[in-house]
Write a protein that binds this ligand. Structure first.
Ligand code: ADE
Ligand code: ZN
Length: 345
């Protein structure tokens, strides 16, 4: 579709909800809702330092990335059996389907679990079984293994060794956790080995960290996508590079709001990134902690920043073009976006 049809402003929320979309930045441990945390704690005999669901929710008052990560890792401590990982992923996949997410590339943090004595196989078994079952509800789901950047290169290598027997159950690797002080180049050799394995490469960069981290994610790690990347707007040469090379940025507006990367959603730079020709996408990051899954991210961001149907079309297309789906699946998804937009004209 070269000309996006004019769509009345009052139909925009329904269009945002109905358009098919791909989610490229979701940490499955960040989809663990407080109710499920308590249910799994009881099932596994894990004692939580919170008296109730409400008590836990009250702790979700974050001031920056680290203040969130401390609570996020504590929440994940209830995951012990493959069925726990399945239940967590299945709950997310049902919400994704309800938001018309038809493709999702799910991050998981194995080191958060192996450090507690949970086997790599247990983690991957549960998550992968949920991804397979997701086809029944119309969601094409794949896994991306993330290394925790606050841990050492040696620990990342050990994690890769533990995961390689299950190489056919994940499509790529990423880099997450505390950004500042842990630049991408710390993992140059690990990513080089992952590239040799034919894995897709992505990394969080420019969430809180400087544009220099986005440059090194691209030039040293040789990633195909940048997760977040919103700090790139501080470096005009970087903006040019991202636009020219059509590097997808997996932007997470509600996450950026809750972690105080932007003081208000109305001040988010998503529009500036799109208007500069960057291949930005909208994603939920850790929806159980940041107050919304995919459609909520679209609805609140459009309402706060005044984006329109042209932007919606671009974001929906970018999500599939920036995904690791097959060329045929991308073509089919773009056809279905065009059909939905035509039906709203
Ligand atoms: N792990 C989960 N969410 C994250 C985020 N927003 N940034 C870095 N690491 C994360
Ligand atoms: Zn993230």
């Amino acid at each position: 579709m070269t000309n996006v049809p004019a769509i009345p402003a009052d139909r925009l929320p329904a269009l945002l909800a109905a358009m098919p979309k791909a989610e490229l930045h979701i940490h499955i441990e960040g989809s663990l809702e407080p109710e499920l945390i308590f249910q799994l704690a009881q099932r596994n005999g894990v004692v939580l330092p919170y008296a109730s669901v409400e008590d836990l929710r009250r702790a979700y008052a974050f001031t920056n990335l680290q203040s969130f990560l401390d609570i996020y890792y504590a929440g994940a401590s209830v995951l012990l059996q493959a069925q726990d990982f399945y239940d967590m992923a299945w709950a997310y996949l049902q919400r994704a389907a309800a938001d018309n997410v038809v493709r999702t590339e799910i991050f998981f943090d194995p080191q958060t679990h192996t450090a507690r004595g949970v086997a790599m196989e247990t983690v991957i078994d549960g998550l992968h079984r949920a991804c397979t079952d997701a086809r029944r509800i119309g969601v094409d789901a794949e896994l991306i293994l993330c290394f925790l950047r606050h841990l050492s290169e040696e620990e990342a290598f050990e994690t890769l060794e533990q995961a390689l027997p299950f190489r056919n159950r994940f499509i790529g690797v990423g880099l997450d956790s505390s950004e500042v002080g842990h630049p991408p180049e710390k993992f140059a050799r690990v990513f080089a080995k992952c590239a040799q394995q034919g894995l897709h490469l992505v990394a969080h960069a420019g969430e809180e960290g400087p544009p220099a981290y986005v440059w090194s994610a691209l030039d040293v790690l040789k990633v195909e996508r940048i997760d977040h990347g919103v700090q790139s707007a501080r470096d005009p040469a970087l903006m040019k590079r991202l636009a020219q090379d059509r590097i997808p940025l997996t932007v997470c507006p509600l996450s950026n709001l809750k972690l105080q990367v932007f003081p208000e959603l109305g001040q988010h730079n998503l529009r500036a990134l799109l208007d500069a020709g960057l291949m930005a996408t909208v994603n939920s990051d850790d929806p159980a902690y940041f107050g919304g899954y995919m459609n909520e991210n679209f609805l609140q961001t459009f309402a706060a920043t005044g984006l329109d149907a042209q932007h919606a079309y671009r974001l929906a297309r970018n999500s599939f073009e920036g995904s690791f789906a097959s060329p045929g699946a991308k073509r089919k998804a773009i056809e279905s976006i065009d059909e939905v937009f035509a039906s709203f004209a």
